[in-house]
Design a protein around this ligand. Structure first.
Ligand SMILES: [Zn+2]
Length: 273
């Protein structure tokens, strides 16, 4: 079996203490656990270069290490000091690094931040622009959501990105999940399902087609149940998989294989072998 962490902030200090070098031992350990690919989303202009730099190490990494794939985007938590021109900058950065990225993201809407910063219109502007950019560049998207299913689904229906993408850290009902799936999206399954309180999400994941699921950790964020207060790691992807096995009825090999196929269907990843 092989696994892919479809959402890991590998460039964050907790995982890559020296911003200039790749965390070799962590990547080798991931590979030992059969985690052969890690997708790294960007969050703001501040980390675009670091995220891109991580992919430069793919050539240097040994065959006994997992491979890193980058995305470029602007996360709704970090709009405070940004202006419309940062979106133009993003479009330029994407065009100049088109061969080194596999998606636009992460982007999206966050109701908690919208309330705190009173910035829903700005969040919508940034989300809208990035969806259009993905469409233009024929790239999939990584979508953040928190308390914003209705607004997110409305916008995704308005601006249909043919390559679709991943609804990061999906939590919600079966009906909500089906709306994303109808638009071609896959659902990012992570630490949320390890929490006993996540009954609605667990029930949804039990019933959804396996062809709509991919796994992620969001490390170093979103620690799993039992690890609260600790920094999360891409190695915990295995714990997410084990929890998924207890929810689904298919054999482990089948679940793993279908999820890997789901990733190949979404992204154009240079092959490892
Ligand atoms: Zn994230």
């Amino acid at each position: 079996m092989k696994f892919t962490d479809t959402h890991c902030h590998l460039d964050f200090e907790a995982l890559t203490p020296l911003q200039t070098s790749v965390p070799n031992s962590l990547l080798a350990e991931c590979f030992n656990q059969h985690i052969h690919q890690i997708i790294v989303p960007a969050i703001s202009p501040d980390n675009w270069s670091n995220v891109l730099a991580l992919t430069n190490f793919n050539q240097e990494l040994s065959n006994n290490s997992c491979k890193i794939f980058a995305c470029l985007g602007i996360h709704p938590w970090f709009l405070d000091n940004l202006e419309h021109q940062d979106l133009t900058l993003l479009a330029e950065k994407v065009a100049n690094n088109r061969a080194n990225i596999i998606a636009i993201g992460e982007m999206g809407l966050d109701a908690v931040i919208a309330k705190q910063q009173n910035n829903l219109p700005k969040q919508l502007e940034f989300f809208d622009y990035q969806l259009q950019l993905a469409k233009q560049q024929k790239l999939p998207v990584i979508v953040h959501h928190r308390g914003t299913h209705n607004e997110t689904i409305t916008l995704l229906k308005q601006i249909k990105v043919p390559q679709a993408g991943i609804i990061h850290a999906f939590s919600g009902s079966y009906q909500q999940a089906c709306q994303y799936i109808d638009l071609g999206f896959k659902l990012g399954i992570g630490g949320t399902i390890t929490y006993p309180r996540a009954k609605k999400t667990i029930n949804a994941i039990k019933r959804l087609p396996l062809s709509s699921l991919v796994m992620e950790t969001d490390a170093p964020a979103m620690p799993l149940y039992g690890f609260q207060g600790e920094s999360n790691s891409p190695l915990r992807l295995i714990n997410v998989f084990e929890k998924l096995l207890s929810i689904r009825e298919e054999k482990p090999e089948v679940i793993a294989e279908v999820m890997e196929n789901n990733i190949s269907a979404l992204f154009k990843l240079p092959t490892n072998e």
